[in-house]
Each structure stands twice: as structure tokens, then as C-alpha cells.
Design a protein. Structure first.
Length: 114
């Protein structure tokens, strides 16, 4: 099963879902603003891609953090932040065949589904 995690109104999510639809990939969409995300998922994604890639440093939620929180960030703190505020998770996160792809890149998606 293929699963994609994110929020529906994100432009990058729309591109990823459009790519999946255009390539006839059947997937489960998990809206983590509505359904949440658990520590097991975040730990699995951090193991596969690195917590630094999973956290969305470019988003407004992250940028609003005080400098001390940003500077003392490590894996455990990052996961705690993402659990508390799922909008800090980079979008989308795609799980397919035991692989995790963070962010959308058409070439990476094509390779994953080749």
C-alpha cells in the first residue's frame, strides 16, 4: 500500500497527488491536521530520511519559534515539536514499498514506482 501524508491545501501536496493520480497510483491520503500523526511514524521517517529533512524549517510555524528552541534542536526535540504541531512536518511524506520520500520530486517518485 502507498500512503501520502500531509494537508490537502498545500501546493506541494497538490503536485504530489496530481503526479500519483496521473500515474494511476492507488494511495491512501492521510491528512495529519485532521487525523494527527504519531511518534512511531515520525521516528520511522526520521530513521529513513533524517529528522533534519522531516522538519519543515521553511514554514511559518517553525520560523515563529524562539531562537533558543531553534538552536537547541535535536532529534527528540524536533519530534516533540512535530507531534505538537504537525504543520512543522515537511510535506508530503510518501511511504511506498518500505521506502520513505520526504518532499515532492517527480524523478524520485518515478524511480520509486518504476
Amino acid at each position: 500500500m502507498t500512503s501520502i501524508y500531509g494537508i490537502p491545501n498545500c501546493d506541494t501536496m497538490k503536485k504530489a497527488r496530481a503526479w500519483l493520480d496521473a500515474h494511476d497510483v492507488i494511495y491512501d491520503f492521510h491528512d495529519y491536521k485532521k487525523r494527527g500523526v504519531d511518534a512511531d511514524h515520525l521516528n520511522r521517517w526520521a530513521d529513513a530520511a533524517g529528522w533534519e529533512k522531516v522538519i519543515n524549517r521553511a514554514g511559518m510555524t517553525f520560523r515563529k519559534l524562539d531562537d533558543a528552541a531553534k538552536q537547541s534542536l535535536d532529534r527528540d526535540r524536533a519530534i516533540a515539536l512535530m507531534l505538537a504541531q504537525p504543520s512543522m512536518i515537511k510535506r508530503p511524506v510518501l511511504e511506498h514499498d518500505g521506502k520513505v520520500i520526504v518532499g515532492f520530486d517527480a524523478d524520485r517518485y518515478a524511480a520509486a514506482f518504476a
